[in-house]
Design a protein around this ligand. Structure first.
Ligand code: HEC
Length: 234
């Protein structure tokens, strides 16, 4: 068996001169080739990038650091979803939606958040108070209801939903609750709190007793204008 396997290329000398003779393992030898240019440029590129990166982000601090980027992103998020952004959203002048699509969205939130487990699917009240009557523990104005949903009253068993829903979604929820007003669910929980008559609930008008949401529009209570803040649609 031949102890040395020499490359049998047609330009033998060219390769011979490049042989690294002291690198031989079981007859296999190495050529001292130049790296291909694309690889060299890639390598130089990473060097330039590294130098640029260091100077840009660390030496002069021109680019935002990770912490700054995070702060910027959070700010953008809060602007978009209006979370805890009291300047943009006036909680004391909440106007309910009358738009059926918004009310339907509110119903979705109601079920998704599991409000029905404490207030019943028809708002009749279970652990939580009855939401179909005109009596409210914390006030029945749209702003009162809004704040109750947003901040809750954990001490009495009502969770806060500011983490789960945007202000806009909470208004949708409150708009859906409005449709409970004046309905006559089975097994209603006894009224609690005080009568709220600030905006006559839909008890009297065109009372379809077995009112469905579609037939009990929130119009009667809802002020004309849309809520002050109208962040990202949807
Ligand atoms: C774990 C049970 C529970 C869940 C879940 C719950 N609530 Fe409540 N809720 C309560 C209790 C208990 C109260 C009464 C709090 C009090 O007395 O201060 C209450 C109070 C309220 C009030 C104020 C009623 C009033 O008379 O002033 C509203 C409005 C309300 N809940 C709506 C909702 C909505 C909407 C959801 C879902 C997003 C929800 N709740 C989820 C238990 C719950």
């Amino acid at each position: 068996m031949a102890s040395k396997v020499k490359p049998t290329f047609h330009v033998q000398e060219q390769y011979d001169s490049k042989l690294i003779t002291d690198h031989e393992y079981d007859g296999i030898m190495e050529l001292d080739n130049d790296l291909p240019p694309w690889l060299m440029w890639l390598f130089y590129g990473t060097m330039f990038f590294g130098a640029f990166y260091w100077v840009h982000f660390h030496t002069f601090g021109i680019g935002p650091s990770q912490a700054e980027e995070y702060a910027l992103e959070s700010e953008a998020y809060e602007k978009t979803y209006n979370v805890a952004n009291d300047n943009a959203f006036n909680e004391s002048a909440v106007a309910l939606y009358t738009d059926q699509a918004r009310v339907a969205a509110g119903k979705e939130h109601y079920l998704k958040a599991g409000c029905n487990t404490c207030h019943g699917g028809a708002g009749e009240g279970i652990v939580g108070p009855n939401l179909t009557d005109a009596y409210w523990i914390h006030g029945g104005s749209p702003s009162d209801v809004f704040k109750m949903l947003k901040y809750g009253n954990l001490a009495k068993g009502m969770p806060s939903y500011s983490g789960q829903f945007s202000d806009e979604q909470i208004v949708e929820l409150a708009s859906y609750l409005q449709t409970f007003q004046g309905t006559q669910p089975a097994n209603p929980k006894a009224a609690e709190g005080e009568l709220y008559s600030g905006a006559a609930p839909a008890q009297a008008p065109a009372a379809t007793d077995s009112a469905t949401e579609a037939e009990t529009p929130a119009d009667s209570l809802a002020p004309a204008q849309e809520p002050a803040a109208e962040p990202a649609q949807g």
